[in-house]
Design a protein around this ligand. Structure first.
Ligand code: TYD
Ligand code: MG
Length: 457
C-alpha cells in the first residue's frame, strides 16, 4: 500500500498517527498501533453523511424529565442489568468471549419481545440463516414479528430497518459489518468506529433500540470493543467459565441505570435459564461438615451470593510448595498463606495449598479473605468448621480483620438460607442491629482469634 494512503491506528482508542509508535500518545496503551488505510473524506453517500437533524438550543426548564420509555425484555435478570428494561432509542453493546452465549441471550430476548407483538429485526453477519434457525429451534417457538436478515452491508441493514420499522434491532456482530464507502476491511478500527456512530445516529433519530454484539479479542487487528465503550449508552459484559453452565451478565457502563447489578444465568440444553437464587445454585452438591470447606458471602454488585471456598493443604513433595487458586486471585491466596505463616507461626511453607471457589464463580472481592483463611486453617488442622457457619471479612498484612461493605445484607442472606453462625470482622459485628432471629454472630479482629473459633467448632 502506498505510504501516504495508510496510517497507524490505536487498537484501544482509535487514535491516529502518521508513523508507528510503541505507545499510543492518547490512551498510553503499549504496542497497540496497527497499520490501516487512511480514510479520505469522500462525498456523502446517500443517507449516511450529514443525517443530523438540526436541533435548536432550549432552556433547562423546557426539557421533559419524564421517565424514558422502557420495554421489558421478558427476562427479569436482563431487565435488572439494563436498569429496568430496554430504553427506546438506546445503543447497547453486548460483549464477551466467543461461545459464551451472546447470540443465545439476544435471540431469547428477541423471542420474548416478538411474542408480545414487538417488531424485532435480528441481523446476522456471522452465521447463515440456517445456523440461526438451528439455534432458534433449541430455544422454542417464534412469532412472525421477529424478522431475520443475513447481511454484512450496513447500508442494506439500514434500508431494511427503515422499511420494516422494528422497535429493536440486533447486530450480530459489529466486527462482521461493512460500510462499503470505506476502503478498510470489515472488523478494522475505522469500520467498527464508523458503523457504531452510524448506528448511534440511527438509534437516536428513529427511536430504535439497537443491540450490537462485539467480540473481545486480546490480539490481532480486530478493533476491540474497548473503543466503542465511549460511544454507546450501555456496555454489557457476559462472562463465565465455558466449562460450567453459569454465566454472569454485568453492566460496566449504563447511562440509564446502575452498574451495580448483575444477572445470573445458566446455559442449558434449551437456551439460557435465569437463576433467581444464585446462592442455592452455588451451594448445590456441597460437602457437609468436611475440613477445608467454608461458606462465605460475596457481594456481586448489590446482590449477596453464598459461595463455598475449598482448600486442600498437604505436605509438599517438591523443593518448594505448590500453590494454585481457581475462581480467585492466586496472588492474594499466596499473600494470605504468608500472613498465616508469619502471624500464627504455622508451617505452611512446607505444604502445598490448593484453593478453589466451588460452583464456577470468580470472586476477587477482599471479603473472601476470611473464607479462604478459614478454609486453609481448617484443611491444615483437618478439622471442620461448625455446620451452618458462614465467614466473611478482609484480612490485612498485619493479620488484622478489616471491615467489609454491607455486612448486614450478607448476614441476612446467610440467615435466609438457614445459616446459624456468622463469623465477621468485629468492627462490623459491633455495628449490627436487629439481627435475624436465631443467628449467632462471632466478631473477630485478628487471625489469632480464628484458632479459637476453629477449636470451639
Ligand atoms: P452462542 O450464543 O453462539 O455464543 P456467542 O454468540 O457468545 O459466541 O452460544 C454458544 C454456546 O452455547 C455453544 O457452545 C452452545 C451453547 N448452547 C447451549 O448449551 N444451549 C443452547 O440452547 C444454545 C442455543 C447454545
Ligand atoms: Mg454469536
Amino acid at each position: 500500500m502506498a505510504k501516504d494512503k495508510t496510517a497507524f491506528f490505536c487498537k484501544e482508542c482509535g487514535a491516529e498517527s502518521a508513523k508507528w509508535l510503541g505507545q499510543c500518545p492518547a490512551c498510553k496503551a503499549w504496542d497497540s498501533m496497527v497499520e490501516a488505510p487512511r480514510e479520505k473524506k469522500k462525498s456523502a453517500p446517500a443517507g449516511y453523511a450529514n443525517p443530523f437533524r438540526r436541533s435548536t438550543p432550549v432552556p433547562l426548564g423546557a426539557i421533559s424529565t419524564e421517565d424514558e420509555k422502557r420495554l421489558p425484555s421478558g427476562m427479569g435478570e436482563l431487565d435488572r442489568v439494563l436498569g429496568g428494561g430496554i430504553v427506546a432509542g438506546s445503543l447497547v453493546l453486548a460483549s464477551g468471549d466467543p461461545g459464551i452465549g451472546k447470540s443465545t441471550l439476544l435471540l431469547q430476548m428477541c423471542r420474548n419481545l416478538s411474542s408480545n407483538g414487538t417488531k424485532v429485526l435480528y441481523v446476522s453477519g456471522e452465521e447463515s440463516l440456517r445456523q440461526v434457525k438451528l439455534r432458534a429451534n433449541r430455544i422454542g417457538e417464534f412469532t412472525d414479528s421477529l424478522l431475520f436478515l443475513a447481511e454484512n452491508n450496513i447500508d442494506s441493514v439500514r434500508e431494511s430497518m427503515l422499511e420494516s420499522h422494528p422497535e429493536v434491532v440486533i447486530i450480530d456482530s459489529i466486527q462482521t459489518m461493512l460500510l462499503p464507502e470505506l476502503d478498510s476491511p470489515a472488523g478494522s478500527i475505522t469500520q467498527v468506529k464508523e458503523i457504531t456512530s452510524f448506528l448511534l445516529r440511527l438509534a437516536k433519530e428513529e427511536e430504535i433500540s439497537v443491540f450490537i454484539v462485539g467480540h473481545v479479542t486480546k490480539e490481532g487487528s480486530v478493533a476491540g470493543p474497548r473503543m466503542l465503550e465511549h460511544m454507546v449508552d450501555t456496555v454489557l459484559y457476559f462472562e463465565g467459565d465455558t466449562t460450567t453452565p453459569y454465566r454472569i451478565l454485568r453492566a460496566v457502563k449504563n447511562r440509564f441505570g446502575s452498574t451495580n447489578e448483575i444477572g445470573v444465568f445458566s446455559m442449558e440444553r434449551c437456551g439460557l435459564v435465569e437463576v433467581e437464587n444464585p446462592s442455592e445454585q452455588m451451594l448445590s452438591g456441597m460437602p457437609v461438615d468436611e475440613p477445608g470447606s467454608v461458606i462465605t458471602v460475596t457481594l456481586e454488585g448489590t446482590r449477596p451470593i453464598l459461595v463455598e471456598v475449598q482448600a486442600l493443604v498437604c505436605k509438599t513433595n517438591f523443593n518448594f510448595p505448590k500453590r494454585t487458586a481457581a475462581g480467585t486471585d492466586s496472588n492474594r491466596v499466596n499473600l494470605l498463606l504468608a500472613v498465616l505463616e508469619k502471624r500464627l507461626g504455622i508451617g505452611l511453607s512446607g505444604c502445598d495449598a490448593y484453593v478453589n471457589v466451588a460452583g464456577g464463580m470468580r470472586v476477587t472481592e477482599p471479603a473472601l479473605d476470611l473464607g479462604v483463611v478459614l478454609a486453609i486453617l481448617s484443611g491444615y488442622a483437618n478439622k471442620a468448621l461448625a455446620s451452618h457457619t458462614v465467614a466473611f471479612g478482609e484480612i490485612g498484612l498485619i493479620g488484622e480483620i478489616r471491615s467489609v461493605p454491607q455486612a448486614m445484607l450478607r448476614v441476612k442472606e446467610a440467615a435466609k438460607l438457614g445459616y446459624k453462625t456468622c463469623i465477621l470482622p468485629k468492627i462490623d459485628a459491633d455495628k449490627l442491629t436487629e439481627l435475624p432471629k436465631g443467628v449467632r454472630i462471632i466478631g473477630v479482629s485478628n487471625v489469632r482469634d480464628l484458632k479459637k473459633v476453629l477449636s470451639e467448632s
